[in-house]
Design a protein around this ligand. Structure first.
Ligand SMILES: Cc1cc2nc3c(=O)[nH]c(=O)nc-3n(C[C@H](O)[C@H](O)[C@H](O)COP(=O)(O)O)c2cc1C
Length: 167
């Protein structure tokens, strides 16, 4: 008898060497040989669709901090899918808390920047909070050059989310 593997979707915007190195480490960790029964899907945020998000059981989101916010690419992903994946707006047009389609699914987040990640982390966690996603690991915040310690933490983040879905 075969069982359908859970899917971990890694949706990221990694336009530079620093962000790409973190994403590569996250992906490698998620594919750790010790973790079985999880399919890892990697998508550029700009080409991540609502169907991709709906089909996943958990999420890893990666973005640089740009102008005090998440990248435009990750923002675009949420702008273009939010309502289709269970999000809702209140009467003022603000994101409203919802128990929609993807509510309860686990997520992890990694953010790279040069000096201040606050706004990017707050924006991303606020949106997925409105979707009802559950934070499954501390946000990985990396400021400045990406050294081995950060890459190890990125690997651990990927492995943590994948292991959670394998359980
Ligand atoms: C237009 C622009 C805006 C940026 N805004 C921020 C920011 O608000 N906070 C921050 O920590 N870094 C900021 N950065 C730095 C980027 O986050 C950083 O370039 C990115 O994570 C990639 O890292 P790297 O340049 O070391 O490869 C910005 C960079 C650019 C080009």
């Amino acid at each position: 008898m075969s069982t359908t593997p859970c899917t971990l979707l890694i949706a990221h915007h990694s336009p530079t060497r620093s962000t790409r190195a973190l994403t590569d480490a996250v992906v490698t960790g998620a594919n750790d040989d010790a973790i079985e029964g999880v399919r890892v899907e990697v998508r550029e945020a700009l080409s991540t669709s609502a169907d991709d998000l709906l089909a996943a059981d958990g999420y890893l989101l990666g973005t640089p901090a740009n102008f005090g916010y998440m990248s435009g690419a990750l923002k675009h992903m949420f702008d273009s899918t939010f309502l289709a994946i269970g999000g809702a707006l209140d009467d003022s047009g603000s994101a409203a808390s919802t128990g929609g389609t993807t509510a309860g699914r686990p997520f992890g987040l990694y953010v790279h920047g040069r000096y201040d990640l606050t706004g990017a982390v707050r924006a991303a966690t606020s949106i997925v909070g409105a979707l009802g996603w559950k934070q499954a690991a501390p946000v990985l915040e990396v400021t400045g050059d990406v050294h081995d310690a950060a890459l190890e933490r990125a690997y651990e983040l990927g492995a943590t989310l994948a292991a959670l879905l394998a359980d």
